[in-house]
Ligand binder design. Structure first.
Ligand SMILES: Cc1ncc(COP(=O)(O)O)c(C=O)c1O
Length: 268
């Protein structure tokens, strides 16, 4: 339902009419029930559920459309970490921007991803796995990764960029904050500058970086690049907090650990 609420808010931002969340929820449950034989059972695998809306007006023009298709695609997906928890490398992008305050970055709309592709290709060519975006106005604060929110462990505290209007409010981000706070961790939502993170990497106060998102759940970050320099995060390996969040969230998702937060809904 949290995803559904975010989809509604995203629709509002691009003038797509509201939909009935109860109806879509029922449709989704029916679809997954019908297709349940496609749900993979091996460790770490899942059935990815992707609802989407596209405009289908038979006309050209820059204005709100009248006709839409709402569809849900299901796709069995393999284990994200089939070969173990391999830390990824991120390139801190200083030229291209994916989102600005007042734009659409806070919403899940396709234009954000279109704006990100060239930078991703260039980051890959430089040898990095994904792009880490900086804010569009001052070009110095960390925002998020291609399809993940980002967390830093600095001096033992868990820090994540505050949602300032240009960052997607990730559901996994929210769950991570709630989970860690409930387990006694200090979690702070604030601005995090690239200078602070570089300094932390150099003086050892930055011990972990991890990304959070539906697909990856939690992804350890072993290094990051900025301009022409590559920096290591901690010892470059999977960190304690990262592993803890992964184990807890997947434990709750799979029913191996109790869901004290009321996050899980059993569909079939
Ligand atoms: C740009 C962006 N940021 C963050 C996320 C993580 O969001 P969630 O945890 O809701 O999957 C996603 C995932 O779709 C994303 O596309």
């Amino acid at each position: 339902m949290e995803n559904m609420k975010r989809m509604l808010e995203s629709c509002w931002r691009v003038c797509i009419p509201h939909f009935d969340t109860e109806f879509v929820h029922d449709a989704l449950v029916k679809l997954v029930t019908l297709e349940k034989d496609w749900i993979p059972t091996a460790e770490g695998t899942s059935l990815y559920i992707r609802p989407f809306i596209i405009a289908t007006d038979r006309a050209l023009g820059v204005h709100a459309a009248q006709n839409y298709i709402f569809a849900i695609i299901l796709s069995p997906v393999g284990a994200y970490y089939a070969h173990g928890f391999d830390p990824v490398s991120l390139y801190v992008e200083e030229h291209y921007k994916r989102a600005c305050k007042g734009g659409t970055g806070h919403h899940k709309v396709a234009v954000n991803y279109a704006a990100s592709i060239l930078a991703s290709e260039e980051a890959n060519r430089k040898g990095y796995d994904q792009t880490l975006w900086l804010d569009a106005s001052e070009n110095k604060y960390m925002e998020e990764v291609g399809s993940m929110n980002i967390f830093f462990v600095i001096n033992g505290e868990v820090v994540t960029p505050e949602l300032g209007g240009s960052i997607l409010p990730g559901i996994t981000r929210r769950s991570t904050i709630e989970l860690l706070k409930s387990r006694g961790y200090t979690v702070i939502e604030r601005k995090v500058s690239v200078d602070e993170v570089i300094q932390g990497s150099l003086d050892g106060s930055l011990t972990e970086i991890f990304g959070t998102g539906t697909a990856a759940v939690v992804s350890p970050v072993g290094s990051f690049g900025y301009k022409d320099t590559k920096y290591t995060v901690g010892d470059g390996k999977l960190g304690k907090v990262t592993k803890y969040v992964y184990d807890e969230l997947t434990g709750i998702q799979t029913g191996k650990k109790p869901d004290e937060f009321g996050w899980v809904e059993q569909l079939v």
